[in-house]
Design a protein around this ligand. Sequence first.
Ligand code: ADP
Ligand code: MG
Length: 551
Amino acid sequence: MSTQKGKIGVTTENIFPVIKKFLYSDHEIFLRELVSNAIDATNKLKTLSSFGEFKGELGDMNVKVTVDKEAGTLTVSDHGIGMTADDIEKYINQIAFSGAEEFLAKYKDKAENIIGHFGLGFYSAFMVAKKVEIRTLSYKEGAEAVSWVCDGSPEYSMEPIEKKERGTDIVLYIDDENKEFLEQSRIDTLLKKYCRFLPVPVISGKEQEWKDGKYVDTDRDKVINNTEPAWTKKPADLTDDDYRNFYRELYPGQDDPLFWIHLNVDYPFTLTGILYFPKIKNNIDISRNRIQLYCNQVFVTDSVEGVVPEFMMLMQGVIDSPDIPLNVSRSYLQSDTAVKKISSYITKKVAQRLEEIFKNNREEYESKWDDIKVFIEYGMLTDEKFRDAAMKFVLVKDTDDKYYTLDEYKTLIEANQTDKEGNIIYLYATDKTAQYNYITAATDKGYDVLLMDGQLDSHFIGLLEQKLEKSHFVRVDSDVIDNLIRKEDKKADDLTAAQRNILTNVFRSQIPAVDKAEFLVSFESLSADAAPLVITQNEYMRRMKDMAAMQ
Ligand code: ADP
Ligand code: MG
């Protein structure tokens, strides 16, 4: 057989069922798609008007979502550019031809905030509707209104209709399995989820008021969105209260956030957003109050694993980027190169902002340290880039509640707390109350003791030992404290060796444990009312091993 070339035939008969079933895993997405088309149509006309290509009155530009339970229809209406019969032929009858992309290519920088992308969104209507009708009148002069009707088979019909108002109504005849979308409350919930921050007012249902013991509809239209969310504004135009209020709008009922970061970048990708450091201590439900991802103010998802670095899962707020693909699955998101760049950009920004607050307002930074500590330690343990940046502004706290950077702390103790090999010894307590005697003994001798009682501190100590040269972290209740070498001579001991021996034996005889040989008396810490017993470093290591083995 000779070589044969040809074209694979894709027919709408084959494609339609696939779209219906697999285009989106979530049927509810259709509403997001139709409303974003309506917003696009509105913004396109605004764009054309802005440079005189459309000279008429813009008038009311709201988008409206109407439920008609009796008729079994859900209608999305706009007063945007509308379509001529030719437009429908081009944009609707050709599946996967995106009018949004075409518009963007034609008007480039003039056209902002166009959401559409793939030319598939419209057909998601068939996931919930047995029949879809488009009724539309184009903005073009002398345009004739048309209706396009399709029942989900590849045949459609088109005819001229009477329609006075410019714009488009998309009428969905909801099928029997999807009756839920004829409930106003269900539609409200969906609009709140996906359309809460869209740039054009979206109206659905009526405002309610409390009358005679129940809520009743008024005749005022209900606008469901905030068209100018804080992240779309310039940081210079926002006060601290604006940021806090926006946080409350996103996460009602939460404590005020500690800090925030306003993200704003144009190159090499476009991204805006506001990230908040929440007060984690107060039992915040992180699984339900997560960072939300938007694309041109359309909600995409709050499953941001892979988009933001893992440690930022503790943060909250909004990220908006047209470069984050709207219509794709999460596994695709995670491997997307734009998304990877976004993730490392955010890391850099968060580190910069923390450093800035630390430098400009150390007092405030220290006052919030106990709350952000877990976040920063987690970041340092899981993200190398963040760790390198954070070495400058991570703080340690000592048992006197004083805060130090790592450099400051090193300067504080390096002359005073070294061992024979010249390592700097960082003494730390894990429990201020239980180890009170040991702490006092150490501080009486002029040593400083860190308080390492956080959830992540044991891991964090491991990290610091790796990163800080010639440094050892030693528990304040181990015997190392007796072997520390101070610059200035130690004051002469009051007890002779023989006296020490006797005392040691007396104390040891009081210990019931079998391994009493592993206990020493800390003569350095001896005082009138306490004789601290310490376990030797050997014994301490042995116990740690046992514990590790048990786990
Ligand atoms: P996309 O939005 O990705 O371009 P869609 O399948 O959602 O793809 O829509 C296809 C095209 O149909 C749009 O690009 C637009 O040209 C046209 N269209 C859809 N809805 C409307 C509308 N409400 N008003 C005007 N044109 C619309
Ligand atoms: Mg679309």
